[in-house]
Design a binder for this molecule. Sequence first.
Ligand SMILES: [Zn+2]
Length: 282
Amino acid sequence: MPDLWLPGAERHPLTDTAPTETQYAPRVIWHITWDRNATATKPADLVPFDNLVRYFTSAGRSAAPHLLWDPFTGRTAQFYPANSRSKSVVDVAGGTRTNRTGRVCLQVETLFFPNCRVNGRTYATVRDTPAKGLDKILAWTRSWKVPDTWPMGAPTWSAKRNEHTWRTEGGHYGHSQVPENTHTDPGPMPKWPTSTTAPKPGPPPFPGRDAFGPGRTNASILLLGQQLVRRGYSKHYVVGPSRTWGEADRRNTADFQRAQGWSGSDADGYPGPQTWSRLFNN
Ligand SMILES: [Zn+2]
């Protein structure tokens, strides 16, 4: 199971956890805390992070999200584990269980309101912020198999709701896109950073037929043997693969070649480029 708690988030567990409806696709609901009403001509200072932590663990606990996220510093706090519902959207009796829809239904309160002022600069939308730490949050939501998509489109300040889409599609939703709700947050959000997961390394290059055979000793023979073991073709090894070619290497390789449906000289136990590529590409 992926991490129940976002790595690096401060933990403030609320004890009234409850399961989600796991038959639905995994999703995230985005919010802004919208603590103050400011305007472009009358901006207001961003509210301190700790005030919100205090709020969501006391007076505001009935509306607590999974995560509180400060897009200016990257600081995060978490109130519910990923496999519990949280409580930041309205769920009216009957209809869809808005706080519970999904294998996970992760809710993020972004510490933000339009025209908040941070270090002397005013920000109109979350999209304008440095979105610090967003990559870490998305790595976590991806680990829970939440697709990077916005099924209702990227959020704007106007609401757009569709219960059918909500029920049938996983991905990211704004509060403005959740059925049974009236709020219009979070407004425009940053573009998702691309996944930082390193691409899987490709197979090692084929070292040439000359690398293998009686009398040869090199790293490629060991690599071949280790991969044969990994793939389950190791019954002829007595002690295991080594850098020096032996009859066991030839026999194990031949077993692998025959398992490809090859015969004759194609299954003589000496690896060629085809054998090498099949062996490492799986
Ligand atoms: Zn909201």
